[in-house]
Structures are given as C-alpha cells and as structure tokens.
Ligand binder design. Sequence first.
Ligand code: FES
Length: 259
Amino acid sequence: MRNSKPKTATVRIQRFNPEVDKKPYLQSFEVPYREDKTLLDALQEIKNGMDGSLTFRRSCRHAICGSCAMNINGRNELVCHTPLKDVLDRRGRVTIRPLPYLPIVKDLVVDRTSFWEQYMRVKPWLIPPEMEAQKEYRMSPEEVEALLEAETCIMCGACYSACPVIATSKKYMGPHALQKAFQRVLDPRDGGLTERMNDLEFDHYGIYNCHTATDCISACPKGLNPAQTISTLRNLARRRTAFEAERVARQETLLEPTA
Ligand code: FES
C-alpha cells in the first residue's frame, strides 16, 4: 500500500445477479479509509449507504461462524478478520470475489451444498462405543490436546474452495470433511473407527483423492494444516490393524481415571 494514508479506498466487488446478468463483472466503490476498518466494515458500509442490493453472508463478525469467507485479491480469507489497510495495493484498491469453484447464488454468496454434503458423508457426529457408560468417559490431557487443533475448524469453506481437486470434481470429500473425520478417528470415545477408516481408505474420493497441492494450508484462516491431517490419516490407514487394536484396548479403560 502507498506510504501516505489515503482518504478513501477503492473496493472492487464482483457482482452477479443470475436473474439479470449474463456473467459476473467488477464494480468499484469508494469508501472512507480508516486504519481500524475491516473488509466486512467496508462491505457493510457499501450495502448500507451506496447499494442495498449488494449481497454477502456474515454473522458473528469475530472469525467464529465461518460465514464470511470470500476471495480477497486472489486469496481466500474471512472478511471480518481482514483489516482493509492490509489488503490495499499501491493504488489503494482491493478486489473481493466470491469463493472460487462454487456456484454463485448472487454477488458474494456461493452455493455451499456440495461442501455440506461432503461434510455429512464422513459422519461428523460422535458414534458411541458399544459399552454403556455408567459414568463419564475419562480422556487424558494428551488425548484432549490432540483433538484441539482439529476442533479449531470453523467450516468456513476457505480450504474447500481453494482445493484444485474440488475445482474439477465435487465428489472428493475435501479437506474440511477429512479434517472433521480426523477429529473423530482420533477421539478414543468414538465407537465407529472401523467404519470410518473403511470410508476414508476405500472410497475413491477419500484420503487418496488428495493431490497434496497444499493450497488448503495457505487458505485456512485458522492456521490449520489439512494436508498434514490427510497425510496422518494415510499413515493411520497403513498401520490400521495395530491402530484399531490400540483403540479397542483404550476403550476398555475409558471409564477409569487417567494417570
Ligand atoms: S462473520 Fe463470522 S467468521 Fe466472519
């Protein structure tokens, strides 16, 4: 960005209304510049004061709900978490487009149907083990720690829509769903390990459909590493017999206090 503080910033937004437009186009808006303004602030300002028809998703404004992921200057980001000052070029411009590789509903809103369908394919819920719990399951601090990173995912879709495999086929489970599957596979309380590993390993669009392009890593606004997660799942698949035996043994002690 230029050295002297600009008075305004140029926000270029990809517009598309399927009812009237043949194809998407860029529209520029001038917004007052402020050091503490986020891209979401700028979008809201445009919608409230310049063009009420501008359409985008947002909810929490605190990088928690994942609804405001968009493509900023070619990179997927959460607009509520992106300061305007950090993304302006030397001419004081920023370009906002919807997440790539997904059908556009209107302007910056994309159809996330395939994203959620793939998420549901990995059974994101905890499957209870066969034994009946008479009291709470006892996980060790190390086991809880191992789950923390996977739990950080907010399902914003930034990794999914940055993935070159998704660009060509919506059949691949995708980094977001595999991240969730990893969380369940790691969880000693989960009773569906064999079923999950079958789905991940033998489904043609599971862990071996990843091309290790690693675009998911740079796209994740939470700093997660889905490519590493998928690699770990492949390693677990390779030593699957031993891993499943360890899980059976661990579940026999789940009701006991951990050391
Ligand atoms: S508005 Fe919720 S993550 Fe941005």
